[in-house]
Design a protein around this ligand. Structure first.
Ligand SMILES: NC(=O)c1ccc[n+]([C@@H]2O[C@H](COP(=O)([O-])OP(=O)(O)OC[C@H]3O[C@@H](n4cnc5c(N)ncnc54)[C@H](O)[C@@H]3O)[C@@H](O)[C@H]2O)c1
Length: 702
């Protein structure tokens, strides 16, 4: 080995091995191409070019991967464009008079693939995954990827990779010509050996930019691709723009194609969908961090899990843990309840097996991880115990007293309660610091969202531990303080309140569902209610009416429930349903209830516009969200957005209610709230003090 430069964190190292210079990306964890790394790579290249003994240059990555592409810490900052930019760097490696060889291992993504596409040769370790995933954040590869990849592997496979953003193994792309060699063993050794061959054989330098894209009938293929993508991409412009960019690689000279790519990239970058998708990407990462819980907080060991209650939620929660390989003890009071619960779990898994998404063997493995019991003593070894029994304080008190008696010291005791006071539950035990809320959403084995409810006394290491566990069971965890409904349901109450008020005022449930679905909600509020069961909300409302006599009653919803119309499960609710079908059919019985209620309230129905429906329902979320933020129930606006994106079907291309309000502009949102306050006399519409303050300071939530 020749000279070795001393290592600097977050940069690129340079060394020589005989006639081969090696530039080694070194910016853990994924060798993101930050400004200092780009600068060090260019310095490495210049040094190699200046050294008469160097005949070829290898670009490789230190550590676990070659490169994950742009450094996400630099995203949306001027640093990302600081020279040398990625494009400058690619041009430098491409126009080098000495052969440049990219040596990829494990992962080569985004810019981490675009730079190798500018090199003269490419080698990869077996099993390397390559991708241009920009479309997933509403963008397209903006450093030549859309022009060089089709030239390297052909139009169809390149278009598929760029439009889907999917990872493809190197083995699949080597025959297409992306790699000159697949390397076994150490990637740098392999690449240096390859470089020596290039030198010895005097292989000519070739660049992708001078190649032609191969395809027999590109126009027909591109038209077909456009039609198929248009049908599925609907609210997302990026996939179609990816096609436009790739099309330019076919019918334009390279430099013109690059100009088209640039223009389309800038268009997408400035559009609302990409902003929303990038926001969601960062919001998910931000939610995992709790401001006053340091990253290096020691974690408690969680190997054995227990769930109390094998009902709707307990069963789904137990499945989530079994799916991630945790052994789970499931406790019920009676054998029949165990049998019922386990039969449901089995049926659920069998359904997945039938769909071909789970093997019989995996199902057997997961079922074997689930151990039923009727005996609290069997929970003594559990590291994490999650209670999902009936939503009654008396029952929860009993359970937590039992848990306090049997659980080992340091075990985390969690409650899945949706409406009860977690601090009260914690205080039943002698270890309130070990108690936390884990609010799963139904169906718990499917829904991504997990609200982690932080009690007054919840210990920091308990929080840090459950955030890690959430990741292991593949949930998106968001921390909420204790309040009625936590983040999600507390806001939902006002959203549903507006939907109901709008029906009283003159809209139909169908119009409201349609308007909000057009806005992008996965399902309108009344169809959701029928799916989830109207009885759940009704029982919560009845309790609230008794507790808070001033609370506004949802008269139409109550009347529907009084008829036993609990939704799909009873064949009728806000709509009626044919046996065995899920289509929501408008029902004259409901129309009658609505007409009668309006009469009772002395309301003359008026025409309600779709815009008003969207504003009132969505701004209701925003106003309550602002209060939640101000009270510190949520740590950041983006946490609230994450709750709505992952738990309530809020459209990702709008980024969540808080980002949506930012994009509309808080001044406009505030004025609309004041208009509704004046028109309805409802004091809820007084804009939250936080909104007023942000408007006066010219700021936004995010
Ligand atoms: N259903 C939802 O959509 C939903 C969503 C989030 C949270 N939650 C909460 O989850 C909890 C459970 O709700 P669910 O819908 O699964 O109810 P469920 O009625 O389907 O299940 C409750 C189960 O707990 C068992 N159980 C009752 N008392 C028990 C005890 N003392 N010991 C052991 N087992 C006992 C019952 O036999 C039953 O199987 C509630 O706190 C609820 O608020 C429900």
């Amino acid at each position: 080995m020749g000279e070795v430069m001393e290592r600097k964190e977050g940069t690129a190292r340079y060394e020589t091995r005989g006639e081969v210079a090696v530039i080694l990306l070194d910016n853990p964890p994924v060798n993101g191409m930050s400004a200092p790394v780009r600068k060090a790579m260019l310095e490495g290249l210049d040094r190699a070019l200046a050294d008469r003994n160097v005949k070829a240059i290898v670009l490789a990555g230190a550590g676990k991967v070659f490169s994950g592409g742009a450094d996400i810490k630099e995203f949306n900052t001027p640093k990302m464009l600081e020279e040398p930019s990625l494009r400058t760097l690619i041009t430098a490696f491409e126009s080098s008079p000495k052969p440049t060889i990219a040596a990829m291992h494990a992962t080569a993504m985004g810019g981490g693939l675009e730079l190798p596409l500018g090199c003269h040769f490419r080698v990869a370790a077996k099993g390397t995954q390559v991708a241009l995933p920009e479309v997933k954040i509403g963008l397209l590869p903006g450093a030549g990827g859309t022009q060089r990849l089709p030239r390297a592997i052909g139009l169809e496979p390149a278009l598929n990779m760029i439009v889907s953003g999917a990872s493809v193994p190197a083995e699949q792309l080597a025959p297409a010509g992306l790699f000159d060699e697949l390397v076994e063993g150490d990637i740098v050794d392999g690449a240096v050996a390859f470089a020596k061959k290039v030198i010895a054989e005097k292989r000519p330098i070739t660049v992708l930019r001078s190649r032609k894209v191969k395809h027999d009938n590109p126009e027909a293929f591109l038209q077909f691709a456009r039609n198929s993508v248009k049908a599925v991409a609907k609210n997302y412009p990026a996939p179609l723009k990816c096609i436009d960019a790739v099309a330019a690689s076919v019918d334009k000279p390279f430099d013109e194609g690059i100009a088209v790519e640039r223009e389309l990239f800038v268009d997408l970058m400035g559009g609302p969908e990409s902003r929303a998708l990038r926001h969601a990407f960062f919001a998910e990462r931000a939610a995992a961090r709790i401001p006053d819980v340091p990253e290096d907080t020691p974690r408690r060991k969680v190997e054995k899990v227990a769930v109390i209650g094998a009902g709707t939620m307990g069963g789904g929660i137990a499945m989530s843990f079994a799916n991630a390989g945790y052994p789970v003890t499931v406790l019920e009071m009676k054998q029949e309840a165990i049998d019922r619960g386990f039969a449901t779990i089995r049926k659920n898994y069998e359904g997945t097996v039938k769909k071909g998404r789970l093997t019989e063997a995996k199902m057997a493995e997961r079922m074997a991880l689930l151990k039923p019991t009727l005996n609290y003593a069997d929970l003594a070894q559990a590291d994490l115990i999650i209670e999902a029994v009936f939503e009654e304080m008396g029952v929860k008190e009993k359970v937590f007293r039992e848990l306090d008696a049997v659980a080992k010291p340091g075990a985390i005791l969690a409650s899945n309660t949706s409406t009860l006071d977690l601090n009260h539950i914690a205080a039943i035990t002698k270890r309130p610091q070990d108690v936390v809320g884990l609010h799963f959403f139904s169906p718990a084995n499917v829904m991504k969202l997990l609200e982690v409810v932080r009690g007054q006394k919840t210990a920091k290491d308990v929080l840090a531990t459950v955030m890690d566990v959430a990741k292991k069971i593949r949930k998106t965890a968001v921390v909420s303080g204790v309040c009625d409904g936590f983040i999600g349901n507390r806001m939902l109450k006002f959203y549903l309140g507006e939907a109901n008020a709008l029906v009283e005022e003159g809209a139909s449930p169908q119009q409201i569902d349609r308007a909000l679905e057009k806005f992008g909600m996965a399902m309108g509020p009344f169809r959701v209610a029928d799916l989830a069961g109207n009885d759940i909300g009704w029982s919560i409302r009845k309790r609230r009416y008794a507790q808070y006599p001033d609370e506004k009653k949802l008269l139409i919803a109550d009347a529907i429930c009084e008829l036993g119309r609990f939704g799909q499960k009873t064949g009728s609710g806000w709509y009626r349903y044919e046996p065995g079908r899920r289509d929501a059919i408008p029902d004259p019985v409901v129309d009658n209830i609505i007409t009668e209620t309006r009469k009772k309230l002395g309301i003359t129905p008026r025409k309600v516009s779709d815009d008003e429906i969207i504003e009132r329902c969505v701004y209701a979320l925003v106003n309550e969200g602002a209060r939640i933020l101000e009270e510190g129930i949520a740590a950041r606006a983006s946490d609230i957005d994450m709750v709505y994106l992952t738990g309530y079907g809020f459209p990702v291309f709008r980024g969540g209610p808080m980002l949506y309000a930012d994009m509309v502009g808080l001044v406009t949102v505030k004025r609309a709230m004041e208009r509704y306050r004046d028109a309805t006399g409802d004091k809820f519409w007084e804009p939250a003090p936080l909104i007023a303050r942000l408007v006066s300071e010219g700021k936004s939530f995010n």
